[in-house]
Design a protein. Structure first.
Length: 417
């Protein structure tokens, strides 16, 4: 029986495994390394976060992205977007150097057993462990608008379902959404000759500004410090203090998790969209039905333009909704035992332990508890060190860490820095 079973081999799973191995735990990692980056993002995309904010985490900080880029003879500079395929290669390099050998099989089922947990792989082999770190990334949580869910995958897909957009060359495609995934997908489609439009509920598109220079006068740094989620004190708080974020009242955390860092395109994709891609704003899909050569979409909303639209395929770049019910690899009895918050995500303690003892969660599904940083690679550093401390505490039989009494004294709507 292993001390820790890590389910998932993306940035969070690999970082957790690195910290666990360095702590002397017997650890097994299951999952295809960097699978979502390698298999679910089209070629030609770039990393939205800064290279210095995109490191996987090992305890000594040896296996950083800039070290990999220097090894490869590449530049990893502030305000210069990095190709996603380079980041995926970095993750594989990290796995080879900082993590015990990864078993690339997928876990099909995880259930409680005597003394811990039992994981069954897709080919039927069983592993047992005293604790589990569930780091399944975003793919189990894809969100497709309700009017589109009844249609065939040949007509409707999620933006994360595509490693290659070549199949849409010369066709008509509608991309739903107004965030980075929607806008960059639309840009790539337009550049390969696809007739593409963006359909968004918002009345305007939002674009991130070019980040300020890394070196700048001290007073500008004080006014808007750099952080892993962008400049500014709010972003700094979300990125650099997730432990304090968790002490905010649940109502405040839920509101911020839903509203902060809303849909926006990177500054470097803006010129690839404006005047090159048709954009329909203030519109949402009310009904959709299959017709010859594609779909007929009926639209509603205050925006101007067509109320009905014929298209060959819809790509829903509509994000992810991380809820307990979508953790289908958990056995029904285990899933039912997980306490949830107001947004349906499992609750986690101060060290990422769920309400079921020994089951730890990481990544997007913890954003309601620890803030927007958990939606990005940058959150892996805080998660890995904190979670492994919680695992060691659980293995020693010590009580889990709880917030200090000061947490209860925070006002219902605590102001953010």
């Amino acid at each position: 029986m292993y001390d820790l079973l890590v389910v998932g081999a993306g940035p969070y799973g690999l970082s957790i495994a690195s910290h666990a191995a360095a702590a002397g735990l017997s650890v097994r990692v299951l999952g295809r390394p960097m699978a979502s980056w390698r298999d679910h993002m089209p070629r030609g995309m770039f990393l939205k976060s800064e290279p210095w904010a995109s490191n996987l985490s090992d305890p000594e900080g040896r296996w950083r992205l800039d070290v990999f880029c220097a090894f490869r003879g590449l530049a990893a500079r502030h305000a210069e977007p990095l190709p996603l395929d380079v980041f995926a290669e970095y993750g594989l390099w990290f796995a080879r150097n900082a993590v015990p050998p990864v078993d690339e099989r997928t876990v099909a089922r995880l259930a409680p057993c005597a003394g811990g947990f039992e994981a069954v792989t897709e080919d039927g082999e069983t592993f047992t462990a005293r604790t589990v770190a569930l780091a399944v990334g975003v793919l189990p949580f894809t969100e497709i608008p309700q009017p589109l869910r009844h249609l065939s995958p040949a007509l409707v897909s999620h933006s994360s379902h595509h490693a290659d957009l070549e199949r849409f060359r010369g066709r008509d495609v509608t991309v739903v959404g107004g965030g980075q995934a929607a806008l960059e997908t639309a840009a790539l489609l337009a550049e390969q000759g696809t007739r593409v439009r963006v359909l968004a509920r918002a009345d305007r598109l939002c674009w991130n500004d070019v980040p300020p220079p890394w070196e700048r006068p001290w007073w500008r740094s004080v006014r808007a410090p750099h952080s892993g989620l962008g400049p500014g004190w709010r972003n700094w708080f979300y990125a650099e203090r997730p432990g304090l974020y968790r002490r905010l009242p649940e109502r405040t955390r839920t509101r911020i998790a839903g509203d902060a860092l809303g849909p926006a395109g990177a500054w470097w994709v803006r010129e690839r969209v404006e005047r090159r891609v048709e954009v329909l704003l203030g519109r949402e899909i009310v009904t959709a039905r299959e017709v010859p050569d594609g779909l007929r979409l009926e639209l509603a909303g205050p925006g101007t333009g067509a109320r009905s639209l014929h298209t060959g395929h819809v790509i829903a770049a509509t994000g992810f909704r991380a809820t307990r019910d979508r953790l289908r690899l958990l056995s029904p009895e285990l899933r039912a035992l997980l306490a949830t918050g107001a947004d349906g995500a499992p609750e986690v303690g101060a060290e990422f332990e769920s309400s079921y003892p020994g089951l730890f969660l990481a990544g997007l599904i913890t954003a309601a508890g620890f803030g927007p940083a958990m939606r990005f690679v940058h959150g892996a550093t805080f998660t890995a060190g904190t979670l492994v401390r919680g695992v060691r505490r659980r293995l020693r039989g010590a009580p889990p860490q709880v917030p200090s009494p000061a947490a209860a004294a925070l006002p219902l709507e605590a102001p953010l820095p």
